[in-house]
Design a binder for this molecule. Structure first.
Ligand SMILES: C[S@@+](CC[C@H](N)C(=O)[O-])C[C@H]1O[C@@H](n2cnc3c(N)ncnc32)[C@H](O)[C@@H]1O
Length: 221
C-alpha cells in the first residue's frame, strides 16, 4: 500500500481503517514513520477532538484524588507527537511521562518540551515501567485489537493503588473492552469504572468511548 500517497491526499479514513485491521507491528511503525511529520496538521484539519475531550475527563479524575495537577505524576501512553501532553501541560500538569512504539512520533513529542521522560514501548509486550508509579495514566487514540487484555492490565499495573486510567476506544473495540473491565471487577482489581461516549474526529463523524477505571486501593503486588 502506498502510504505516502494516502497521507499526502489526506485519505485518513483509509489509513485509520488499515491501522485498525493490521496485525503487523512493522506496518504500524512504517505508517507512523511516514505520517509523523504531517500528523498534527492532518488531524487538526479533520477535527480530531479526542485529546481535548480525554484531557478534560482526565483532569476531573485527578481532582477526585485530591492531588493538584502540578503534583500529580502522570503517564501518556501512546503519546504520539505529544498532543495530549501539550494539553495537559496547558492545564498545569508538570510531571508528565510518555511512551510510544514509534521513535519517529516520540522524537516529535520530545520537541514539544512538555514531557519529563519519554520511553519506547510496545503495549503488546510487558513494558519497562515500575509497578505502582503513577497517579494517572491517559491513553488517547491508541487502543487496538492487538492489545487484548494485556494493555489494560499493564496500565493498571503501573498505577498507584487508587490511581486512574482513562483511555479512548473506538466502538468496534468496545465489547472487548467492556468484557475486560467486567472481569477486572470480578477479580477485585478495580474500585470503580465509568464510560463516556463522545466525539472523536468531527470530519469523519467518528465517536469513541472514553473509559475510566480506578485501581483497587488495597492491592498487594
Ligand atoms: C492515533 S496515534 C495517537 C497519538 C496521541 N495519543 C494522540 O492522541 O495524538 C496512536 C499512537 O499509538 C502508538 N502505538 C500503536 N501501536 C502501539 C503499540 N503496540 N505499543 C505502543 N504504542 C503504539 C502509535 O505509534 C501512535 O503514536
Amino acid at each position: 500500500m502506498n502510504w505516502e500517497r494516502l497521507i499526502s491526499e489526506q485519505k485518513l479514513d483509509v489509513l485509520i481503517n488499515r491501522l485498525v485491521n493490521t496485525n503487523d507491528p512493522e506496518e504500524v511503525r512504517r505508517l507512523y514513520r511516514q505520517w509523523s511529520a504531517s500528523y498534527d496538521a492532518n488531524l487538526g484539519e479533520h477535527g480530531y477532538v479526542a485529546p481535548q475531550i480525554g484531557v478534560t475527563l482526565f483532569q476531573q479524575l485527578i481532582r477526585d484524588l485530591s492531588i493538584s495537577n502540578g503534583d500529580a505524576l502522570v503517564h501518556d501512553a501512546g503519546c504520539g507527537t505529544g498532543l495530549v501532553g501539550q494539553l495537559l501541560n496547558g492545564l498545569g500538569f508538570q510531571n508528565i511521562e510518555g511512551s510510544d512504539f514509534s521513535q519517529d512520533m516520540l522524537d516529535l513529542a520530545q520537541q514539544k518540551n512538555c514531557y519529563h521522560n519519554l520511553l519506547q514501548a510496545d503495549y503488546t509486550q510487558p513494558i519497562e515501567i515500575s509497578t505502582g508509579r503513577y497517579d494517572g495514566v491517559i491513553s488517547i487514540g491508541v487502543y487496538t485489537k492487538r492489545f487484548k487484555r494485556r494493555f489494560v492490565r499493564e496500565m493498571l499495573r503501573i498505577l498507584k493503588p487508587g490511581g486512574y486510567l482513562l483511555f479512548s476506544c473506538r466502538p468496534v473495540y468496545f465489547e472487548e473492552v467492556a468484557d475486560t473491565v467486567k472481569n477486572l471487577h470480578v477479580d477485585g482489581e478495580l474500585l470503580k469504572s465509568s464510560v463516556h461516549f463522545d466525539d472523536y474526529m468531527i470530519a469523519q463523524k467518528a465517536s469513541a468511548y472514553y473509559v475510566a477505571i480506578q485501581k483497587q486501593r488495597d492491592l498487594h503486588d
